[in-house]
Design a protein around this ligand. Structure first.
Ligand code: CUA
Length: 203
């Protein structure tokens, strides 16, 4: 019968421990070096990766931001798509986009090559701004106004996907950004016609 008791404070008997093999030491060395590379990449991406918010960030009351968005809509509205206003601000303008469960308000109509300050915020919970199919991702947090300097570099009819789970309708939270090639035309009738033809295959 085995009556011997062991505690974790005593070493097991016998030759259970051998110095690490050279190959193991080499691997530990490689892994450590790689850890250091990844560690260095964090600040490197911050400064060199172009992944930082390009503009301002300030605190804002969600309802105040929403009111500002509504004002923006009233000012530059050129049409609507099934009740969602389509807004075409002039180049250089401050653009307001409110995320809320479960929509992106309003639809933006921008001009390729023009610069805008895109203000993003949420009325309720955390949402994720993801421009599809372009690789842009941004957290939209209630209480913060993120003013991103953007310059659309491709024309097209893009979708904004919500990439942060925000509730039961999360998967339906799809917005639109239309980027026009041509210089902005003041003729709203033309814009509305263009929009009508592009909504055909949407969603
Ligand atoms: Cu908004 Cu998910």
């Amino acid at each position: 019968m085995h009556t011997e008791t062991h505690t974790g404070l005593e070493s097991p008997r016998g030759n259970w421990w051998k110095p690490a093999h050279k190959a193991e030491k080499v691997w530990v060395g490689i892994a450590f070096a790689w850890c250091m590379v990844l560690f260095a990449m964090m600040p490197l991406w911050h400064w060199k990766g172009g992944q930082n918010p390009s503009g301002i960030r300030r605190r804002v009351e969600p309802t105040a931001f929403y009111a500002r968005t509504e004002e923006f809509i009233k000012q530059y509205k050129v049409g609507d798509d099934r009740g969602m206003p389509i807004v075409q601000p002039p180049p250089g303008a401050d653009v307001y986009l409110t995320a809320m469960a479960f929509q992106w308000r309003p639809i933006l109509k921008l001009q390729k090559g023009a610069q805008y300050t895109l203000h993003l915020s949420s009325l309720d919970v955390n949402h994720g701004f993801s421009l599809f199919p372009i690789n842009v991702n941004f957290q939209v947090v209630p209480g913060y106004d993120y003013g991103l300097r953007v310059r659309p570099n491709a024309a097209g009819d893009f979708r904004i996907m919500c990439n942060e789970f925000c509730g039961i309708g999360h998967h339906t939270m799809v917005g639109r950004v239309i980027v026009d090639d041509a210089p902005a035309v003041a003729n709203t009738a033309t814009s509305a016609a263009t929009v009508a033809t592009t909504t055909g295959g949407a969603r």
